[in-house]
Write a protein that binds this ligand. Sequence first.
Ligand code: ADP
Ligand code: MG
Length: 269
Amino acid sequence: MSREMKKARVIAVANQKGGVGKTTTVINLAHWFALHGRRVLVLDLDGQGHIAPGLRLPGGDHLYRFLVHEEEVSNVTVKARENLDIIPNDHTGELAKEHVKQANFREYILDTALEEARERYDLIFLDTPPGADVLHVLALVASDFLIVPANMDFYALNGVGQILKTVRNLKRYPGVTPPVLVGVLPTLFDKLTNETLNNLQSLQQSLGENYILPPIPRDTRLREASSHGQTIWEYAPACQGASGYPGNGEKQCNSSGKVGGYLHIAEIL
Ligand code: ADP
Ligand code: MG
């Protein structure tokens, strides 16, 4: 099926650096769109399995069964909230990865597995593992859009460069349309440090302002929300940390006052 005819938009949230807010971003974006009437699915591709507990659910071998046993999507989804389903992961994610590595046409496995899900959902978020392993590549192949969370330190910025290079290289695979970059999402953002501001500026110069999403401030309530198994919309919707995520329409502008990329995703649905 051609990309244009697929119902759901598949959005990968990726940066090979860990601890930059990928999972936090997936949970809060997914729930925001679910609260606004979209049918949303989240796949946890990270064997650390943080998506399920982040929504106060147990983890499980659902991703393994989905990728290795090719079980139907309705068999491996768990209802997390109204309009929000997840495919949890756990330590068996490592076994799934080994299986995928050995498979023929491995780059396409996730893209193909998601065919049925694309008919059932409006948005599918892929939470990706740190590192640049095979599941990371599978996520990029399967996605239509890409969000790259990055705290503004050297290593995370390096991760931005790496992932954009990987995306460019996807053109080598026949039939693969690389995902469209929604933007780099500055996370754990602390505008009081020079390093943060300098790194943000150099990103703006190299990528162009339109590719920098409104920053997510560093806010312990985001951390607390996940340890309570709640999204920020349940735990502290008015907190600073929530202000960068959609839901605060008037704040959805980047530094030049242009509308941020999430609304773009909502518009094209
Ligand atoms: P990743 O998925 O990239 O490894 P996480 O989303 O798990 O990153 O975030 C790493 C840690 O930082 C988690 O404890 C999370 O709660 C916390 N965190 C994420 N974003 C913020 C933020 N904006 N402010 C404060 N803590 C955050
Ligand atoms: Mg994570």
